[in-house]
Design a protein around this ligand. Sequence first.
Ligand code: AMP
Length: 278
Amino acid sequence: MQVIETIAAFRQVRSRYTGLGFVPTMGYLHEGHLSLVHRAKEECGAVAVSIFVNPTQFGPNEDFAGYPRDPKRDLELLEKEQVDLVFTPSPGEIYPPGSTTVVEVGDVTEMLEGAARPGHFRGVATIVCKLFNIVQASRAYFGQKDAQQTVVIAKMVRDLDMSLDVVVCPTVREPDGLAISSRNVYLTVDERRAAVVLYRALTAAEKHFGAGERSSEALRRIMHDTLATEPQADIEYISLADRDTLRELDRVPPRGALASLAMRIGKTRLIDNCILEK
Ligand code: AMP
């Protein structure tokens, strides 16, 4: 496994590989990230992982400085997975003075996470575009956990005629259903117990959808009522939206819909989602 910090060195080493699979991450790796690595290893001749906590996707009052980091452990985990290349650039390498170009994907960035975190998807699209240009992969792997991110990246790839496949992998969960996230370390023991309500709300929606409920209002209410059983849950949004446009729906169409939730527990912001489909 080669660990590379500069764009120039990465380009040089990268030229030895064809059919590269790429997993972009912000580090503090967990089973969710590793599931993307496993999938990439299954499907590609070689795998590159990037570890970069991207400052431009954090708002001024968000957790960039405190975002959990453990580069030594990350590299040990990736070594065990027999990853070929790890790209660990510094912020100065990625954003040298005078770097001003950004990627604005437009409509699908406006709602949900985009509304709650202004500028977030400009930062995400810009870093992912830059990493795609550096890594030159055939396939890139993203988690369903960040559903809107997958829609934004897929749209960017389409709109800008980028020549790689975007692969979306299922959300990996703790045994009680909580989606694994680097930010879960912020939760106290009591908050961690309460956080499972997010998954319970999604499974309640799935159950009613399975029983034939197609009214978005009814499904949103079911999720709301479940979240409301947890006094620590401070709800940010409850959405039932089209899977591609992310526009809110009146009814779930035959092709299904994206149910997504955001809430705060204490100081921690948590998101989760599921696809409702037959
Ligand atoms: P992050 O380091 O949080 O930027 O995540 C890097 C990639 O891992 C993104 O594509 C995430 O969607 C994905 N990811 C994070 N958590 C999970 C999870 N629990 N299951 C599947 N993928 C995940």
